[in-house]
Design a protein around this ligand. Structure first.
Ligand SMILES: Cc1cc2nc3c(=O)[nH]c(=O)nc-3n(C[C@H](O)[C@H](O)[C@H](O)COP(=O)(O)O)c2cc1C
Length: 208
């Protein structure tokens, strides 16, 4: 016997209802978790900043007080994020992302924290393709080399000594791997010189 139009429509209606239920479930889950996801994302960003900038140094929201800066001294053609940290409304420090272009296997992305007086509060490697066991020791979880930048500035050591020891400077190279640390030391020195030349302007421009 031929199917009535009503019977033929049943599976279509059932499928439509099932799809609508799925869509409602997805929308509801997003609605219920959106604040939590935003808070988690923010906490992850703050934690990443904390590696190079002690939380005790500021009381503002550096993530909101962000500008973008395009300057060859930061190592690339792209605009780089700069997060400003302030204490009681006064400039306290900033965190800038920069690139060391001359790594052994390509560019090395860095995050650099600088206190208002030009002293480094920390340096971390965000991304690199250096060889594990050689240049790869720039990672904070592989050696303490990168952590040793904290506390240094262009006054200590002076600019002429911002080189690896093999080149007559104050920074250790790794055994059998000089190219990578040379690139990082050079990049950090350039960022400190950029900061010294632009310090006042960096804290006054409007957040982007
Ligand atoms: C397969 C291979 C991978 C290497 N990876 C690195 C590296 O990631 N970083 C580095 O500084 N040197 C690396 N080196 C060693 C460099 O070629 C170089 O010999 C070393 O950095 C010393 O540099 P210098 O002559 O300027 O002192 C690697 C060498 C080889 C053969």
């Amino acid at each position: 016997m031929p199917e009535t139009p009503r019977a033929a429509a049943k599976p279509v209606v059932a499928l439509t209802l099932a799809l609508a239920a799925c869509a409602a479930l997805i929308a509801g889950t997003w609605w219920l978790t959106r604040d939590r996801i935003a808070a988690d994302t923010r906490a992850a960003h703050i934690a990443a900043l904390a590696d190079v900038l002690p939380a005790a140094l500021y009381d503002n929201d550096p993530l909101a007080d962000r500008i973008e800066v395009r300057d060859p001294a930061l190592g690339g053609a792209d605009a780089m994020p700069v997060y400003r940290a302030r204490l009681h409304g006064q400039p306290a420090a900033l965190v800038v992302e920069a690139i060391a272009p001359n790594g052994y296997n390509g560019p090395i992305r860095l995050r650099i924290g600088i206190a208002r007086d030009g002293t480094l509060t920390g340096v971390r490697v965000l991304e690199h393709r250096e060889t594990p066991g050689l240049g790869g020791q720039i990672d904070a979880d592989k050696s303490d080399w990168i952590a040793r930048f904290a506390g240094k500035s262009l006054r200590d050591p002076p600019p002429a000594r911002w080189k690896v020891r093999k080149d007559g400077g104050d920074f250790d190279q790794f055994s059998g791997a000089t190219v990578t640390p040379r690139a990082v030391v050079e990049a950090v020195r350039k960022v400190l010189a950029w900061y010294a030349a632009n310090r006042e302007a960096l804290f006054v421009s409007q957040p982007s």
